[in-house]
Write a protein of this length. Structure first.
Length: 287
């Protein structure tokens, strides 16, 4: 038997902030730490279960969806520049001290740019180097800015002279660019705030008339939807009406014809499942 020790210079495995959804297995397609909002569907009178996700960046489920949604919003904001500013490793040894200092200089940096060129709206993404020191990616909407001037302005504020700027052209996929930086985020022990943006970076949404809520909701329940459905609707069928909302097919409450008419999309396109019984779950081998 070979008891070879790993090399002393081996690196610990990376822990990504937005994990893969394959890391978690659940027979309901939702956030693994979601809570439950019981409800009744108005159109059918059937009981419904609504998942309330945790909405944390570190969640395997919510992190991916937050990243996708934010990337879509950034693309619609029509940015014109990609800017990256760094930290000088010669000036800092503690990443936390470096972050506490440089993050406060971002607002001053933006103020100087506005004084120089006028408008400057941005979204900022925090990332760390291999040495742990922070650097910042800006997706900005602004006029032309000389790179040399940017480098001088950042150096006067932080002591670091390395600044990159690139124009967004027709060949650049803004959605993929921002999604890449959001999804390759690694866990950082000294902050949870990875993304921030200026007040007017995102366009204001158009006013839309309020929509009628198709569900009558009840008191929020702190159990997961999997547990709530299992213990309250044992051996009943359910259909996923839309992501995070399941309607329970209770035979005693509605006839089959009414159930089929209520389905959107048609029943053959809906995924119906039989819930496992509590006894079968108890007797199942542990994984």
């Amino acid at each position: 038997m070979n008891d070879t020790q790993p090399p002393s210079n081996s690196q610990p495995p990376k822990i990504y902030l937005v994990g893969s959804i394959n890391q978690d297995h659940s027979w309901l397609n939702c956030c693994p730490t979601a809570t439950t909002l019981p409800a009744t569907e108005k159109s059918t009178g059937l009981p419904a279960v609504i998942a309330i996700p945790c909405r944390r960046w570190g969640c395997k489920w919510c992190g991916q969806r937050k990243a996708f949604t934010l990337a879509c919003r950034v693309e619609r904001a029509t940015p014109t520049k990609f800017i990256t500013v760094t930290s000088d490793a010669k000036l800092w040894t503690d990443p936390r001290e470096c972050y506490d200092f440089t993050r406060r200089k971002v607002a001053d940096f933006a103020k100087r740019i506005r004084q120089k060129v006028g408008s400057f709206e941005y979204l900022r993404v925090l990332e760390t180097h291999k040495n742990g020191l922070p650097h910042y990616h800006f997706v900005a909407r602004c006029p032309y800015i000389p790179q040399k001037w940017l480098s001088t302005a950042w150096a006067e504020l932080t002591g670091s002279i390395i600044v990159h700027i690139k124009a967004v052209d027709k060949q650049t996929n803004v959605f993929r660019y921002i999604l890449k930086y959001l999804c390759k985020q690694e866990y950082i022990s000294w902050t949870n705030r990875r993304v921030s943006w200026s007040h007017d970076f995102f366009p204001k949404p158009a006013e839309t008339p309020p929509r009628d809520n198709p569900y009558i909701t009840r008191t929020r329940h702190h159990s997961h939807p999997c547990d709530f459905i299992t213990f309250n609707y044992q051996r009943q069928k359910y259909v996923e009406r839309r992501p995070g909302v399941w309607v329970i097919y209770v035979t005693s409450e509605i006839d089959h014809a009414t159930w089929n008419q209520s389905l959107q999309p048609p029943p053959e396109k809906c995924q119906q499942k039989n819930l496992p019984s509590i006894d079968s779950m108890k007797s199942a081998p542990s994984s």
